[in-house]
Design a protein around this ligand. Sequence first.
Ligand code: AMP
Length: 207
Amino acid sequence: MNTILFIGPPASGKGTQAALLAQHLGFKHISTGKMLRDMKKTNTELAEIMDSGNLVPDDLVLDALYSKLESENLFEKLILDGTPRSAYQYVKMRDWFASKGFPIDKVIYITLSEEEAVRRLSARREDKVTGATYNLLTNPPGDDVNPDNLIIREDDKPETIKNRFKVYHDQTEPMIVEMEKDGILRKFDGERDINVIFEEILEEFKK
Ligand code: AMP
């Protein structure tokens, strides 16, 4: 087991579960959302796309991800969170990772209803210094976190949430069919408690 992907709709908890699993297994955790949020600080075009809840163009994400993995040599024991997000990205990434000798082993797919996602997103906060994400309902920040650093992500604002779901249904869902065909998809119900889901995901790695 080397290359693991975490996917799911907005607020499904994929970032939280990816971080927990990375810590548990001693894997590296790369979030393309975080990577792109760092990039958008100096790129207004990117900021405009992301702040409206749209996907960044496929080849831009893939190029940025590939150059990060190559320049920092991050191939071994890798968890990718929030990517791929289209059938095009999936097929490209699948072939690229295989050509590097690190084929994608498993995709952890966390499901969530749109209703629950809206509830969660409105309670989500991000630490603008560390990039860590919290949820005031399900995963509140600890005492060591400075509340002044907690912000609402631009794309978590109500007017943007609706568009993110449309984008998810139109562009990301078709990729799931491809993953299913490849036999690497494992599906988890994200409506439950973080620890319950994590225990279930861990079972997948004991097999
Ligand atoms: P996330 O933190 O995973 O919710 O990602 C935040 C935003 O980053 C998304 O709404 C997209 O605009 C962008 N993004 C992250 N990963 C990708 C990807 N693989 N392809 C296209 N856009 C992405």
